[in-house]
Design a binder for this molecule. Sequence first.
Ligand code: FAD
Length: 413
Amino acid sequence: LCRDTTTGPIETTMCHYETIESVNDELYNNLQELVRTPFFKFFQVDLYRECPFWQENGFCMNRECGITTVDESEIPEKWRAASLSAIELPPMDERIQLPGCYYRDSDYCFLDDMTEGEYVDLTQVPERYTGYAGPSAHRVWKSIYEENCFGLSELGLMTGHSPAPVSLPDTLTDVLRSELNADTGSGECLEKRVYYKIISGMHASISTHICLEYLNQTTGELGPNLQCFVTRVASHPERLQYIYFNTVLLLRAVARIGPYLSAYDYCSTDSPNPLDPKHVSSSDEMITLNKLSDVLAIAEHVGKFDEKVLFRGENANVLKQEFKEHFRNVSRIMDCVGCDKCRLWGKVQTTGLATALKILFELDETALDPRKNTKLLQRSEVVALINTLHRFSESIHAVERFREMWRQTDDQD
Ligand code: FAD
């Protein structure tokens, strides 16, 4: 597949991923429409919880950091927090002692308890350059890796030394297989490596969105910034790989939960009344179901991930618990992000990835049966899962654009 490996960081990294990219165009187009439907665009989130780890003063004063919320009256009643009977809280004494938080034992993140929080129309607050940077942002990333990712020194983060890149695979399935079978001669167990890849891949995907809509200081307009992408992502081949890795992981989770998602109730009302201004038209519901079924077909086709390779052997349960604890901590660290829009998307994506991990590692076939377990996922988990897949698919889509920009600069030289 890769005929010319001398044309720079984007080309050398990407030419092996033609297969993924050919699937991605269709996936991205479908997801693009799906996340604009009423069911998937409204997300409820508690954005103003205290940072449980340190005093966070680094609030971003930049206009781009702010978000506009949606009044609850604009949300179809059936989707409002008060109506979501699917939320089954554990007894008080089993809940972790954090204000406004709870988790169920199978969860990989702390979910907002839906008693507080705003509604956001995700299509109105796109993830892009906000200007949030410096010590506050670095502290958050550092603690995500350091506190929750088994230490900086072990994995070489921020030292310029990256974990040994694995060989470049040709197909979507191979991406996963090679990641899962990657040599762990460094002494790292597979689960720790996978954990690092998930975090680093999410970081790389966020960076890609920042670079795709970056502030041009001269014109004051937002637009793609090739140098930003090369510096932050493409010159670290493994970071690009991890974007693909996360995409496959999410696709596998979506494929696994396909029957449940197909049976999910996306209607905005119990008894459709077209005269009700909050009633979402049946054509919206049709689009939701049609687009979802297209996404599921792609996920079924390419979401090949053998999750059974992980968490087996004598320390399996301990490792799984540790993995889960680490991931839960990442979701709490999101409360320390000092920029509303960044915090929002950080929460959407950690919830989406945590939902995927739960689907892959916690739920057996009986649990996944939509007839036996109708309340398996909360609405916010379903919304976050699909929006997170959309984020990653958009990053892969952006790579094509940056590659084209790279070619053009190359032609000029
Ligand atoms: P950073 O991205 O802050 O990275 C810090 C260090 O981590 C780097 O020096 C590097 O050594 C290492 N590193 C970088 N990428 C990776 C990787 N993929 N894998 C492993 N190590 C890596 N800013 C916006 O403009 N818009 C947003 O929507 C936004 N969302 C954010 C969401 C979260 C959760 C956080 C914590 C920050 C967000 N930011 C956002 C800030 C943004 O991520 C950067 O922190 C900021 O742009 C400064 O970038 P930087 O070049 O200093 O490096």
